[in-house]
Design a protein around this ligand. Sequence first.
Ligand code: PGA
Length: 247
Amino acid sequence: MASRIKLLVLDTPEAVAQHVAGQFVSLVRDRPGAVLGLATGSTPERSYAEIVRLSKAERVSFAGVHAFNLDEYHGIACEHPQSYRTYMNRHLFDHLDVRPWNTYVLNGAAADVDAECASFEAKIKACGGIDLWLLGIGTNGHVAFNEPGSPADSRTRKVALAESTLASNADGRFFKTPAEVPPHALTAGVGTVLDARRLLLVAIGAKKAEIVAKAVKGPKTPDVPASLLQDHADCTFVLDKAAAERI
Ligand code: PGA
């Protein structure tokens, strides 16, 4: 099957963030009990700031929302300054009226990792599945922490991070050296992501251009996990011009 990925190319990172925020805020306005999927990393930061601004401006309440995050580092506590729980609270949850107990970020410090991953999948099911999942893409093609080699039917599990991921998360934005980055993570699987009713993958900047082109029009292969999104019935890549320049 040919790629079903839809493309939306916008002039600037700000326009990308405004589009993403518009999608999330209008979903929650229309469906106050929406089930959201969220992501971390540098790319969504602008989108989260814009969701906070827009939801306040338009008086859209997130009090009925459930939110699930893609992944979390293994072996660090929720309170760790670089945990994805801390990131989500800082960039989004603390600024919305979403109920903290309805926000699910995998617990990287769980004693029983398999039980933690199974319970994450069960909670998504119990909420009726994800309506809209925001995704980023790694320069190696990962989606969440599904590194190259992750199959389309993978589910939430513990994984080893690729060298390239350790390096890009140690460039001073999050950690200072690769040795500081936890080497393992808990991540929703490619299959977990593909189960969402709608996907929005966001990429910004020239350094994502090559991998975005591979994901959109290259062969569908676990070597580029984002290419496995090509089969999804409602997946849009929202790109700035720089990220789209190699398509
Ligand atoms: P970034 O990460 O937004 O920090 O580039 C994206 C990702 O690795 O999924």
